[in-house]
Design a protein around this ligand. Structure first.
Ligand code: FES
Length: 130
């Protein structure tokens, strides 16, 4: 006879089908964080980030809020750290639905903190880390 009480086995068996979908939900957007790009690394051509839009390159969110002004942010949600996505021109978190503006401000929670900045510069038509 096993030492595991029959009730425990029955509860475990009942919960097993629920565990996989819940784990999948918790994993949405939960990819490992990329190390930051090294200073001087070319991220993309400036022309690839139109005015008012955003792109994610190597874990860095690059935006151009106004003509000729580029900003860089860590492409991670400030709520619980999920990887952000650029969707339909907006910056969204797939985990719990936070949205951010191209200035990095919170547009919709549950996140309450703005995106963490990551310096970028423009040189010779290229956006460069650092
Ligand atoms: S981790 Fe982004 S909204 Fe929760």
């Amino acid at each position: 006879m096993s030492d595991v009480p029959r009730r425990s086995v029955l509860i475990g068996a009942a919960l097993t089908p629920l565990a996989a979908p819940l784990a999948g939900c918790a994993q949405a957007g939960k990819t490992p964080a990329q190390p930051p790009p090294t200073a001087g690394q070319v991220l993309t051509a400036a022309a690839e980030v139109p005015v008012g839009e955003a792109r994610i390159i190597d874990g860095t969110l690059v935006t151009q809020p106004t003509a000729g002004v580029f900003k860089g942010f860590v492409a991670r949600c400030t709520h619980a750290g999920c990887a952000l996505a650029v969707k339909d021109g907006g910056i969204e978190c797939p985990c719990h639905g936070s949205k951010f503006t191209i200035d990095g401000a919170v547009a919709r929670g549950p996140a309450t903190e703005p995106l963490k900045t990551r310096p970028v510069t423009v040189r010779g038509g290229e956006i460069i880390a650092g």
